[in-house]
Design a protein around this ligand. Structure first.
Ligand SMILES: Cc1ncc(COP(=O)(O)O)c(C=O)c1O
Length: 383
C-alpha cells in the first residue's frame, strides 16, 4: 500500500475530495508541466517542427506502459467518445447482428453504437442490471452468436461493478465478436493488460483515474485495425508530416501504427506534458498499489456505512477504487448541498452515493464522510 500522497496535490486540509470518478485533481508536478507547456506558446519562434512529434511520442510510450502495449498501438484522442467513434467506424456490423452494451452504460460508449446499428439494420442488445451484481456472468450469458461487437467498460460507472475482461475477451474471440472498451473509469486505478484481454479498441479519457487534464485521452488500436479509417483526416497523421515544407505533396499514406487515428492538433503543448507527467507518476506508484490503497479506504468506508444502513457490492464484483453506497430509503435530495457545505465531495448517481477516493485521501476524509452519513441515517429520509 502507498502512504498518503496528498503533498503532491493542492488539496486544502478541510476538503475531503472523494470524487475522482467525477474528475481527479491535477497534481502539482503535472500542473507545472502543463503550465510550462502552455507558456511555450508565448514564444512560438522557439517551437521547432520536431517538437510536434516528440511530445506525442512520449505520450504514446508512457500510455503504452499503462496498457501493457506498445507505443505503435496508441492514438491520441480528445475524449472517450472520439475513441469509441473511431472503433464504431471500423468494426464490421451486419444486418441482424447486435452490439452488446450494459444497462445504464455511459453515453460516450452508447450513442455511436446506436447510430451504427440504425445504419446497418443491426440492434443494440442491452445486458440487464444483474440482481446479484455479477456483470461478468451477465455479459458472458449474453455473448451469443448474433453479437458483432461487445462495447463495454471495465467498471460500470454508477455502481463500480467490475467485469472480468480476460474471460469476456476469451468469450468474444470464441464467437468472433469485436471487443471495444471504455476504460475511463478504471485505467490508472485498476491493473489492465492488453496482452491478457486482447481488445480490438480501448479508450480512456485522461481526466479521471489517469490524473491528467481534460480534453485528452488515449486510444489503443489492435494491430489488425491499424489500416482502418480514422474519424478525421488531418495533416499530422500522414506519412509526410515531418517535412513541413512538403505537406501539400498530398499523400495517401498514413504514419505508422495507430497514429492515423490521432486527433487534429494532437501535439498539444500544454495538455500532453501534463498527461504524461501524471501517467509517469501512476507508473512510479504502480497501478496495483493505487488500487490497493484506494481499495483499503473503500473497504473501511463500506463497513462503517453498513452500520448506518448503506450497502454496496463486495469485491471482486465491485472494483476496489469505486464504492457506490445504496440504502432502502431514498437518498435525500439535499444531500449534495449538505455534503458540499461540509466540504465533503462525492457524487450522487441514480440512487447511489458514489465514493471514489485516491492516494491523496486520508482516513480523516473518510471519517468526515461517515459523520455526514450518520447524520442522514439519524434524520431518516431527510438530511
Ligand atoms: C464511463 C465513462 N466514460 C467516459 C466518460 C467521459 O466521456 P467523454 O470523454 O466522451 O466526455 C465518463 C465521464 O463521466 C465516464 O464515466
Amino acid at each position: 500500500m502507498l502512504t498518503c500522497q496528498r503533498h503532491l496535490f493542492d488539496i486544502p486540509d478541510d476538503v475531503a475530495y472523494l470524487n475522482c470518478a467525477y474528475m481527479s485533481p491535477l497534481m502539482k508536478p503535472a500542473l507545472e508541466a502543463g503550465t510550462t507547456g502552455l507558456a511555450r506558446k508565448a514564444h512560438p519562434w522557439q517551437i521547432t517542427p520536431d517538437q510536434f512529434f516528440t511530445g506525442a511520442e512520449e505520450f504514446r510510450s508512457v500510455a503504452a506502459r499503462l496498457l501493457d502495449s506498445s507505443a505503435d498501438c496508441i492514438a491520441i484522442v480528445p475524449s472517450a467518445s472520439y475513441g469509441i467513434a473511431a472503433a464504431a467506424r471500423n468494426v464490421p456490423i451486419n444486418k441482424g447482428q447486435s452490439v452488446l452494451v450494459l444497462e445504464e452504460q455511459f453515453p460516450s460508449n452508447y450513442y455511436s453504437w446506436l447510430r451504427r446499428v440504425a445504419e446497418t439494420g443491426a440492434s443494440l442488445k442491452v445486458v440487464a442490471w444483474p440482481e446479484d451484481n455479477d456483470w461478468t456472468a451477465a455479459v458472458l450469458n449474453s455473448l451469443t452468436d448474433d453479437v458483432a461487437v461487445a462495447a463495454l467498460p471495465h467498471v460500470q460507472w454508477t455502481s463500480g461493478g467490475r467485469l472480468d475482461l480476460v474471460r469476456v475477451g476469451e468469450a468474444c474471440r470464441k464467437i468472433g465478436a469485436a471487443l471495444v472498451l471504455d476504460l475511463t473509469q478504471s485505467l490508472g486505478a485498476l491493473p489492465f493488460s492488453v496482452r491478457d484481454v486482447q481488445p480490438d479498441f480501448a479508450v480512456a479519457a485522461s481526466y479521471k483515474w489517469l490524473l491528467g487534464p481534460y480534453s485528452v485521452g488515449l486510444l489503443y488500436v489492435a494491430p489488425k485495425w491499424q489500416g482502418g479509417t480514422p474519424v478525421e483526416e488531418n495533416w499530422i497523421q500522414r506519412a509526410n508530416a515531418r517535412d513541413f515544407s512538403s505537406l501539400i505533396l498530398y499523400t495517401e499514406n498514413y504514419d505508422e501504427g495507430a497514429r492515423r487515428f490521432d486527433m487534429g492538433e494532437r501535439s498539444n503543448f500544454a495538455l500532453l506534458p501534463a498527461a504524461v507527467r501524471a501517467m509517469k507518476q501512476l507508473l512510479e506508484w504502480d497501478v496495483a498499489q493505487v488500487s490497493e490503497t484506494a481499495g483499503a479506504l473503500n473497504r473501511q468506508l463500506a463497513s462503517a456505512a453498513a452500520n448506518l444502513g448503506f450497502s454496496a457490492p463486495a469485491e471482486p464484483l465491485r472494483a476496489p477504487h469505486y464504492l457506490a453506497l445504496r440504502r432502502k430509503e431514498a437518498i435525500p435530495k439535499e444531500l449534495p448541498e449538505m455534503l458540499a457545505r461540509e466540504k465533503v465531495f462525492v457524487s450522487i448517481r441514480g440512487s447511489s452515493i458514489r465514493v471514489a477516493p485516491h492516494v491523496y485521501n486520508t482516513a480523516e476524509d473518510g471519517a468526515r464522510l461517515i459523520a455526514c452519513l450518520r447524520r442522514i441515517a439519524a434524520a431518516g429520509t431527510s438530511a
